[in-house]
Design a protein around this ligand. Structure first.
Ligand code: CP
Length: 315
């Protein structure tokens, strides 16, 4: 694999899930594969899970990870061509990406959506400029549009916990005080489109995701109806796509509560974390035995490790 920018960069999702589950049993089996290789992890935004699990994954493969908080400590980058750089941007991505490529074999990037400029966000200017100029493999650690490392961890987790051959999986919007990006929900939808499952998206009207991503996915505006007999309930807030980046409804009536989970098929509660307790989800749900959020976070190591392994094998 050359780059991992989207879940569809995997040749086969099912085979990758199986390989990751095997890797989880023997995480150090390929510790020679990355010997002498370096990965730069560039964070333009905050992180707990992605930062630690990707470093651990790289180390399990024998790689040397270098982490940089680019957003706080790097020079502000210019992405436009032909600009007179006499304002606050000190370095052009053309040089920055090529320089970074002198120090590493793979570059992984976290750069969230601005939620103010839809066109630029959809163009994935950070990820695509690094891909264009670095000349080394690029890994998406959550971009403006997607979080495929999270989606792969979610797929691994569902495979481990599923009881039905064709489970019912619900992606539910939940309230949040701040406007959040669409990346996690987008990649979850793209991942579910590769699965044999009864998949339903539920959200209030006005929170439709990008229709070029949801395509023919089943959308149910009645949250309780959507939850009926669900095997997995995946919860995430996102801001409006149509009224780009706006919070058009923040009522607590979409919060995930025990009453709502009661109509599921002992459904597993999933969330990528971080999560705001008693805003997004009630304590009784996230603390219940059906909550698998910690295993999801654990599987971030193995989703990153299988992705890096595939890239190292093709270097
Ligand atoms: N789920 C996730 O990506 O967590 P972090 O933002 O903490 O990395």
């Amino acid at each position: 694999m050359k780059n991992y920018l989207n879940i569809n960069d995997l040749d086969s999702l099912q085979e990758t899930i199986s390989e990751a589950i095997e890797l989880k049993k023997q995480p150090l089996k390929f510790e020679e594969l990355g010997k002498g290789k370096t990965i730069c992890l560039l964070f333009f935004n905050n992180s707990l899970r992605t930062r630690l699990s990707t470093q651990k994954a790289a180390q399990n493969l024998g790689m040397n990870p270098i982490v940089m908080n680019f957003g706080a400590e790097g020079w502000q980058l210019e992405y436009e061509d032909g600009v007179v750089m006499n304002k606050n941007k000190s370095e052009h991505v053309k040089e920055a990406a090529q320089v970074i490529a002198q120090y590493c074999d793979i570059v992984a990037i976290r750069a969230f959506a601005s939620l103010t400029d839809k066109e630029k966000d959809l163009a994935e200017i950070v990820l695509n400029n690094f891909k264009k100029y670095a000349g080394i493999p690029v890994v998406n650690m959550e971009s403006a549009v997607g979080h495929p490392m999270q989606a792969l961890a979610d797929a691994i987790t569902m495979e481990e916990y599923k009881v039905a051959h064709k489970p019912k999986v619900v992606l539910s919007w939940a309230p949040h005080p701040k406007a959040l990006p669409h990346a996690v929900a987008n990649s979850f939808v793209e991942m579910m489109q590769l699965q044999d499952a009864d998949f339903v998206i539920t959200h209030p009207k006005g929170y439709e995701l990008d229709p070029t991503i949801t395509k023919n996915s089943n959308i149910e505006y009645d949250q309780k109806k959507a939850f009926e007999n669900a095997d997995f309930v995946y919860v995430k807030n996102w801001s409006s796509f149509k009224d780009y980046g706006q919070v058009v409804k923040s009522d607590s009536d979409w919060m995930i509560t025990g009453d709502k989970m009661d109509v599921t098929n002992k459904g597993k509660f999933m969330h990528c974390l971080p999560v705001r307790r008693n805003v997004v989800v009630a304590d009784e749900v996230i603390d219940s035995e059906n909550s698998i959020v910690i295993e999801q976070a654990n599987n971030r190591t193995y989703s990153a490790q299988i992705v890096l392994k595939k890239i190292l094998e093709d270097l």
